[in-house]
Design a binder for this molecule. Structure first.
Ligand code: SIN
Length: 281
């Protein structure tokens, strides 16, 4: 089978067909995939069929795997493999709620947040449930020069759930909450592989900006969030059976959509690849 690469948008996302990730891959293939991830930020692999063990091996092509923060959403026999399911959260006033609504980057409260997150589609609804991605590298590049200068050097404290979070997070016991770290992160990071600067935003977890009054800090965060989530920075992934998608958490934010029929199961396996401490740009 021939491996075919196709750009999904001019700056963001690439689709790969003809590569079976359930089979062993060479070091050259792994290097090419990692280079493509650093460049395109979202990779979509079509027509994959993997059990959790094979998915784990495929994940390791991108680096050592990282444990999931929320232990209630992991497979019993494969604790590194998490899942996103229609049944994760209770319905609110009869309406479906899903984890991952509102654009965010994963586990930004960790000292070394995940390099990448991977989802493998196991069961999909007939319509909806897309995942959206926005390019926070391009969003930074497009800011006016005075704004770029103003925010470089600022840092924000990332916690489990910000007091200003636009979404609710899974409820945790006091003990589980204590185990979850809080970390100061730069507002503008430098990508560890490509060197590109990028906005680093997570409105659900950001608890203010160092040295700024709370209202002013959150107004600035909101202004940057509104800028970065414009449609011109977006790739919207419409899931197909057999899709495996990996994204770089230092280059994109992503969000889930609770817009599908809750009687239809949406179930995806999830892996995270370990990252490194973030450096300011
Ligand atoms: C997430 O991992 O934040 C959710 C993505 C999705 O289920 O579409």
């Amino acid at each position: 089978m021939t491996v075919v690469w196709r750009e999904l948008t001019p700056g963001l996302g690439a689709e790969i067909t003809g590569l079976d990730l359930s089979q062993p891959a060479s070091a050259e293939t792994a290097a090419a995939l990692n280079a493509a991830l650093a460049r395109h930020a979202v990779l979509v692999f079509r027509d994959q069929a993997m059990d959790p063990a094979q998915f784990t091996v495929a994940g390791e092509l991108f680096g050592p795997l990282m444990p999931q923060q929320l232990k209630q959403f992991v497979l019993k026999d494969h604790p590194l493999v998490g899942y996103n399911s229609t049944h994760d959260l209770p319905r609110k006033n009869g309406k479906l709620q899903v984890r991952g609504e509102n654009y965010h980057t994963d586990h930004s409260n960790e000292v070394s947040p995940p390099k990448a997150t991977m989802l493998l589609a196991i069961s999909l609804p007939s319509h909806g449930g897309d995942t959206q991605f926005v390019d926070v590298r391009q969003a930074f590049d497009d800011l006016p020069g005075d704004m770029r200068q103003r925010i470089q050097g600022l840092r924000s404290r990332h916690v489990h759930q910000s007091s200003r979070s636009p979404r609710s997070f899974a409820k945790l016991s006091e003990e589980a909450l204590q185990a979850i770290p809080q970390t100061w992160q730069p507002l503008v990071i430098r990508h560890p592989d490509s060197g590109r600067p990028a906005l680093y935003l997570n409105t659900g977890r950001m608890e203010g900006i160092d040295g700024m009054a709370d209202d002013a800090a959150h107004a600035l965060i909101e202004q940057l969030y509104q800028h970065a989530t414009q449609p011109r920075y977006e790739y919207r992934h419409v899931w197909r059976q057999g899709d495996m998608v990996i994204w770089d958490n230092r280059s994109v934010m992503h969000q889930a959509n609770a817009d599908y029929n809750p009687e239809e199961l949406r179930f995806l396996y999830r892996l995270m690849v370990q990252g490194v401490p973030l450096q300011a740009a």
